[in-house]
Design a protein around this ligand. Structure first.
Ligand code: FE2
Length: 437
C-alpha cells in the first residue's frame, strides 16, 4: 500500500507529468500515471517538487537575538563580533534553545530541512555548545542540524580557545571551525589553519572555516587552507566559508589560487545576503560587492553552495529562513543571469550543499528518503523569480508543513491560478538553437 502519492509533479531537472509514490518513508516509484490508492494523495498540478533546501552556513546560537543588548550601529562585521561579545555573558541555554526552535519552525515552513550551524565556543561556559546539541537532538526528526566548533574570538588570539575547541568537540560538535583572518597577524592566521586541520585529521572530522571574510586582497588564508587540506589528505572534506577577499584579489593570483582550491576539492560556501551588506563598508564609491567569485569557481569545477549565515542577529537584522531569498541575492550579486546560471543558483541551495555537508541519499530518486518540497512554481527558474509558496513540505513521507496557494480572487485574466504568471514560457533558444541569455 502506498502511503503517499504525489500526482503530476515536475522535478528540478525538468522532467514533468510524473507521479511519486512513497511507502514507509521512502520513495518507491517515480513515473507517469502510477495507479492505485494511497493513504494521502496530493495533486501537484504540474508544480515543482524539489528536494529540501539546505543551508550550508548558519549561526543558530545567535539567531533571533536582534537588539540584544543593542543594535549594530555601524553595520560592520567587527561591531557585530563586539556586540555578540557583549551579549554572550547574558545568554542562557534555555533562551538559546527557545530562539533556535522558533527559527527551526520557520525553516521547516520554508522547506529548509538541513542546516550547518557554526557554534561559538569562545565562552568558557560552553553554554552555546550545550544549547545547540540540545536543539540538534530536539529537531532531529525534521532537520539535519550539523554543528561546527567555531572559535569566534580567534583560535590563537583568544585565551583558552585551544582548550575550549577541543572540549566542545569532546561534547559532540563534530566539525572543526576557524577564523584565520581574525587572528592577530597573518602568520598566526596561517598557524591556526595548520593546527585546526591537524585536529580534524587526528579526529577524523571535516573542517569548515570562516576564511578571508575581509575586503583585504592580501588575506590569503584560503591558499593555506587548500595546502593543508592536501597535506592531511582531507580533500573534499574541507569547506572555505565566505572567501570574500577573493573578490578584491589580483586576477593573476586568483588564476593560480582557484587551481589550488580545485586540487584540494575545497567546498566553497558563499553567503550573499551577509557579504553584500557587510563587505565594502570601508569603501566610498565605487563600493565593492565583496562576494567571492562564484561563477568562476563553479566553472573551475568547484562545488559552490550558498548559506544564509544570519537571521536577525548582531550582524544582520533581516532574513527569512528562505533559501530562495539567499540564492536570489547570490544570482543578482554574482550576475548569474543566464538560464544555466540561474539553475546553478538553485543547485547552490539544494544539491551542492548536500554534497558539501556529506548528506547521504539526498534527492528525489527511488530508494531515497521521501523528503520533498512542493512549490507553487513550474520550474527552478520560476522558483527563484517568485520565491513561491511552499504548498507542502514532506519529511520521510509525512507532510510537516502546508501553505495555501497564492491566488487572486479577482481573476482579471480569467485564470484564477495564474497570479504568478506560471504559464509564461520565455523564448530561451535563438534561431541557431543556442541558449540565449
Ligand atoms: Fe558565519
Amino acid at each position: 500500500m502506498t502511503d503517499l502519492l504525489l500526482k503530476n509533479a515536475t522535478l528540478p531537472d525538468g522532467r514533468t507529468g510524473l507521479d511519486i509514490a512513497v511507502t514507509s518513508g521512502k520513495i518507491t516509484a517515480i513515473e507517469p500515471g502510477i495507479p492505485g490508492d494511497a493513504g494521502t494523495a496530493i495533486d501537484c498540478s504540474g508544480y515543482l517538487v524539489s528536494p529540501p533546501f539546505i543551508d550550508a552556513h548558519f549561526h543558530m546560537d545567535a539567531t533571533l537575538s536582534l537588539g540584544m543588548p543593542r543594535m549594530n550601529q555601524s553595520g560592520t562585521l567587527l561591531e557585530g563580533i563586539a556586540l555578540w561579545g557583549e551579549l554572550k555573558p547574558q545568554l542562557t541555554v534555555e533562551a538559546m534553545v527557545e530562539r533556535a526552535l522558533r527559527y527551526c519552525d520557520l525553516a521547516v515552513s520554508r522547506g529548509l530541512l538541513a542546516i550547518r550551524s557554526h557554534v561559538d565556543v569562545s565562552d568558557p561556559t560552553l553554554r552555546t555548545a550545550e544549547a545547540m546539541l540540545e536543539v540538534q537532538r530536539l529537531v532531529k526528526p525534521y532537520i539535519d542540524l550539523q554543528l561546527v566548533a567555531f572559535p569566534q574570538d580567534g583560535y590563537l588570539r583568544s585565551p583558552g580557545a585551544v582548550d575550549l575547541l577541543n572540549r566542545s568537540l569532546d561534547m559532540g560538535l563534530n566539525i572543526v571551525g576557524g577564523i584565520p583572518h581574525f587572528e592577530r597577524t597573518m602568520a598566526e592566521g596561517t598557524q591556526s589553519v595548520e593546527l585546526l586541520c591537524r585536529i580534524a585529521a587526528d579526529r577524523g572530522l571535516p573542517v569548515d572555516m570562516h576564511c578571508d571574510e575581509s575586503d583585504d586582497p592580501m588575506s590569503r588564508h584560503i591558499e593555506t587552507l587548500a595546502q593543508q587540506t592536501v597535506r592531511f589528505g582531507l580533500q573534499g572534506r574541507v569547506a572555505g566559508s565566505h572567501l570574500t577577499s577573493m573578490h578584491s584579489m589580483d586576477n593573476y593570483y586568483v588564476s593560480k589560487l582557484i587551481a589550488l582550491m580545485a586540487e584540494a576539492d575545497i567546498q566553497v560556501i558563499s553567503n550573499p545576503l551577509i557579504n553584500i551588506t557587510l563587505q565594502g563598508r570601508h569603501d566610498t564609491y565605487p563600493k565593492r560587492r565583496g562576494l567571492t567569485r562564484v561563477p568562476e569557481l563553479m566553472a573551475a569545477g568547484l562545488n559552490v553552495s550558498f548559506g544564509h549565515d544570519c537571521v536577525m542577529d548582531p550582524w544582520y537584522s533581516m532574513g527569512s529562513g528562505d533559501m530562495l531569498e539567499v540564492a536570489g541575492m547570490g544570482l543578482h550579486v554574482a550576475q548569474m543571469t543566464s538560464r544555466k546560471a540561474i539553475r546553478q543558483a538553485f543547485d547552490a541551495v539544494t544539491i551542492n550543499p548536500a554534497r558539501a555537508l556529506g548528506l547521504p541519499d539526498y534527492g528525489i530518486a527511488v530508494g531515497n528518503p521521501a523528503d520533498m518540497v512542493l512549490l507553487q512554481a513550474r520550474n527552478t527558474i520560476e522558483a527563484l523569480r517568485l520565491r513561491p509558496t511552499r504548498l507542502a513540505v514532506i519529511k520521510a513521507g509525512k507532510v510537516i508543513a502546508q501553505s495555501a496557494p497564492q491566488i487572486s480572487t479577482l481573476s482579471l485574466n480569467g485564470r484564477p491560478d495564474a497570479v504568478n504568471s506560471a504559464d509564461y514560457a520565455p523564448q530561451t533558444k535563438n534561431k541557431t538553437g543556442k541558449e540565449t541569455r
